[in-house]
Design a protein around this ligand. Structure first.
Ligand code: PEP
Ligand code: MG
Length: 589
């Protein structure tokens, strides 16, 4: 028999989002439910469709039971209880009976009938205000998705269920999807949409895996199991890579590894420029799982602990004070004596969190990035904010902590947040709880109004931290998660750079350190500029630290000042980009 034709190589171009080269089979993941076919069936086929339905229900029951046992083993019985309510949905006689009756009445295939009936249930629960039934709506949605996948003979793709090493290919990934991603299983990440500051990218950087976003047709062209090679440096994705491509990237990988070894050899060296000026690099973390990488890369503590990640790990219920306290204390303890900047809850925007936000009332937001997000949510949802701050303050006793508020848009908001924090602290102290003394309070600067009033904010807090991911999107009115307009997300726009310079200068004038914790801080093109401008520290994905340290150690203050001057003398973003990249490339040779 002749050998099967080798599959044709397809090249997909996207945007380089996280560096690295990886090769392996694809795991194609869609956020939305599967496509459910609708067709007529004959009376003779009723039995077969009912049998398939019974089998799908049974298989789903087994799958959920397994999941419940795994979660109970890993996180405890309480955390696993959610799956008991999922099992109850599967045993709901009304849902099952209505599906069968619908099939007989309409003579349509069973998956279509189940889809329609479960959809009606969901629509019904969505109209009920009662909190108990709201939760049930999420249970039904999850279970219905599982049953449908079984009926359609597809495996349900949640990132938690990947058992071997795969390249994740998705139309898009929410923070709760990526909360299940692990470096042990994810070789690389490719998404149709997204841009370089989307949370999926932040997660891939923190795991140290290559990522390509805005690959538009990736989920059309790639099927489950296809061999895929991802070039995270060039933003390229090869489906069924040819032997030539594999050879080329094999060589490329060797060269990169050699360079990385050179960088790593300097990992423990002091953080000072070639002429002895100190700089400070710290880590962005999502939880205690990221702390070992921060240590390995010699991070100077944590410059941004995104506490919302803890919530994202529990999409169906809000972690209570005790559970949050344990998570935060773990991170703080593991990092001590280095300080951890704990950022208060930043949900909303590109970090939807059903368990809190769907119960927030009101219609779905047209423009979530400008909506009920972060500090706005917290200042309105005081019981949630109180439990959150109590957990952080109690955890602060285990090490060195600074507390930072996200999405501050005015002094008034900062003062309100500080006042509430002081109340919660007083309440805890009155209860005799241990709380760190003299922890510092900071404000993020990621909204243009905050950047313009940086001097005022600096007077009322201990430090500022610039969130470039949001600052760029709000200054340029370019949605940071929208792949369609990713080319307009231009941090080299001189207006953006002058605002960053203004914030650093405003902090310096008041003796308040200004750090940078957006993704740009970890980019070799931008880090020298920020240090040249006087940023007190840069916080980034742990994997980026060695390269940025290597680069800054090879720059002297004169060169950094010249770089700043060259950048601010230029008005065209492309030319500024060229200046920054050329500087970094020369130093990284
Ligand atoms: C930022 O906006 O730059 C930032 C660090 O916050 P996040 O990416 O979590 O919105
Ligand atoms: Mg932000």
């Amino acid at each position: 028999m002749p050998d099967a034709e080798p599959k044709k190589e397809i090249l997909i171009r996207g945007i380089s989002a996280a560096p690295g080269i990886a090769h392996g089979p694809a795991f194609v993941f869609f956020q939305e439910g599967p496509h459910v076919p609708c067709y007529d069936i004959t009376e003779e086929q009723f039995e077969e469709h009912e049998r398939r339905f019974d089998e799908a229900l049974l298989a789903t029951r087994q799958e959920i039971t397994r999941l419940r046992d795994t979660v109970a083993g890993k996180l405890g019985k309480k955390e696993a209880a959610i799956f008991d309510s999922h099992l109850l949905v599967l045993e709901d006689p009304a849902l099952i009976k209505a599906t069968r009756e619908h099939m007989r009445a309409t003579r349509r295939n069973i998956e279509h009938c189940f889809h329609e009936i479960s959809g009606k249930y969901l629509a019904f629960f969505a109209t009920i205000e009662d909190q108990f039934f709201k939760g049930r709506d999420a249970d039904i949605r999850d279970v219905a998705r599982r049953v449908l996948h079984k009926l359609l003979g597809q495996s349900l793709r949640t990132l938690a269920e990947i058992s071997d090493k795969r390249v994740i290919v998705a139309n898009d990934l929410t923070p709760s999807d990526t909360a299940h991603m692990s470096a042990g299983h994810a070789l690389a990440m490719v998404t149709d949409g997204g841009n370089c500051t989307s949370h999926a990218v932040i997660m891939s950087r923190s795991l140290g895996i290559p990522a390509v976003v805005g690959a538009l047709v990736a989920t059309d062209k790639i099927s489950f199991g296809d061999e895929v090679l991802v070039d995270g440096f060039g933003g390229l994705v090869y489906v069924n890579p040819s032997p030539d491509t594999l050879f080329h990237y094999g060589q490329e990988k060797l060269l990169r590894e050699k360079f990385e070894a050179k960088v790593r050899a300097q990992v423990g060296l002091s953080e000072e420029t070639a002429d002895g000026k100190p700089f400070k690099l710290s880590a962005n973390v999502n939880g205690v799982e990221d702390v070992p990488a921060a240590h390995e890369n010699h991070a100077r503590g944590v410059g941004l602990f995104r506490t919302e990640s803890v919530f994202m790990k529990h999409p169906d219920h809000v972690p209570d004070e005790e559970a949050q306290y344990r998570y935060y204390a773990d991170v703080i303890r593991e990092c001590a004596p280095e300080r951890v900047i704990v950022r208060t809850l930043d949900i909303g925007g590109d970090k939807p969190y059903g368990a809190l936000l769907t119960t927030a009332g009101g219609p779905p937001e047209q423009n979530p990035f400008m909506g009920f997000r972060a500090i706005r949510f917290c200042l309105e949802r005081k019981p949630t904010f109180r439990a959150h701050l109590r957990a952080i303050l109690r955890a602060s006793a285990h090490g060195s902590v600074k507390i930072m508020f996200p999405m501050i848009s005015s002094l008034d908001e900062l003062l309100k947040a500080k006042k509430f924090l002081a109340e919660v602290e007083a309440e805890l102290r009155a209860e005799g709880a241990a709380v760190a003394d003299n922890y510092q309070i900071g404000s993020m600067v990621e909204i243009p109004s905050a950047a313009v009033s940086a001097a005022l904010l600096a007077e009322h807090c201990d430090f500022l931290s610039i969130g470039t991911n949001d600052l760029v999107q709000y200054m340029l009115a370019v949605d940071r998660g929208n792949g369609r307009i990713a080319h307009l997300y231009e941090p080299c726009n001189p207006a953006v750079l002058s605002v960053i310079r203004g914030v650093i200068e405003a902090g310096a004038a008041r003796g308040k350190p200004v750090s940078i914790c957006g993704e740009l801080a970890g980019e070799t093109a931008f880090a020298p500029l920020f240090i040249g401008l006087g940023a007190a520290s840069l916080s980034m994905a742990p994997a980026n630290i060695p390269q940025v340290r290597f680069l800054l150690r090879h720059c002297d203050s004169g060169e950094l000042a010249a770089l700043v001057a060259a950048v601010f003398a230029e008005h065209e973003p492309k030319k500024i980009q060229h200046i920054l990249r050329a500087f970094a490339a020369k130093k990284l040779q």
